[in-house]
Design a binder for this molecule. Sequence first.
Ligand code: NAD
Length: 378
Amino acid sequence: MVTIAVTAERDGEPRVAVSPETVKKLTALGCLVRVQAGAGARSRFADDTLKAAGAAIAGSASEALAGADILLKVRRPSPDEVQALKPGAMVAAILAPFDDRAGLEALANTGASLMAMELMPRISRAQSMDVLSSQANLAGYKAVVDAAGKFGQAIPMMMTAAGTVPAAKVFIMGVGVAGLQAIATAKRLGAIITATDVRPATKEQVASLGAKFIAVEDEEFKQAQTAAGYAKPMSAEYQRKQAELVASHIKSQDIVITTALIPGRPAPKLISKAMIESMKPGSVIVDLAAERGGNTDVTKPDEDVNHKGVLIVGPTNLAGDVPVNASSLYAKNLLAFLETMIDKKDKTLKVNWDDEIVKGTLVAKDGKIVHPSLQKGA
Ligand code: NAD
């Protein structure tokens, strides 16, 4: 039997790596799921509910971990946690493998097979395992809801006997997974929406959601998407033209949601101090790129900055602010991943180390860091 351990996350991380639904499915696959008491509380998964779904509730983290084959976490676990598992056990989590190299090496030294869920290849077979998408989608939604809450004015146009309330203008910068959900959410609230990106494929997506696309559509724009579907870093000349366009547009916007990212690089700076100062007092910017340096000149991670009457919000874990949904989806991503590795007949762990999704996510094995993008000089 495959034993799966789930322990509580640290303070500040409300999500958890299993849900009642995934416990039920993992149990049906023949696994024993040991969950530390209280681990699901912040996602409103009570111990009793998890127990009814088939989990064994462990009184402590060490009781949940002892000799387990697999550890499921949201964030990177400590080496002590991993040491308590069976030698060579498997760990699946959002490992942030490019941060804190010494910490990652310490974790690798335990000999466990470390799987970084955020490195899941973006191929159609792995869509159900794509944690970046499941969490970014919720973050895009929550960014708009939070912005609406902080805006202090109504979003939809309202025609009343006492007068007309104008619709708010919402500008979405970066139309990946989070940006598309931000457009859809702002649309439901009745905003007038514009959106921009450097990838030409987004133009049609924006229009199909009922928003207006604006961008510098020159020759460079036509080539701005990599084969993997991500944005390329843009030239200084393009950035200058883009800044001109943003400067003329942003001054009339009430809410701006920024989500622009380029893999492996700091977030591109799209909004300068001068642009913020051109906006009306009371306007709100929610910068989803805060964790990677931010898309504005004044963003501070996990702080609300009031710059001359404009509020710039820099959340780093917005999906964690809707933990019930975020944990449910994250747990489903993990379940879909594990289903490819558990032999349904003899109920054992059979990892195919040559599988693209395993190779893509495997960060360390047998004490060594093995992922190509983490080799020195990569
Ligand atoms: P991301 O988080 O890397 O970036 C967010 C957005 O910012 C992207 O749309 C990007 O083009 C944009 N951006 C970057 N630099 C910019 C700039 N200077 N100005 C304006 N916008 C800028 O993106 P993501 O949400 O992870 O999506 C990346 C791609 O992956 C998309 O093509 C998406 O459709 C694709 N995707 C595929 C799968 C799958 O097949 N399994 C799943 C999810 C996403």
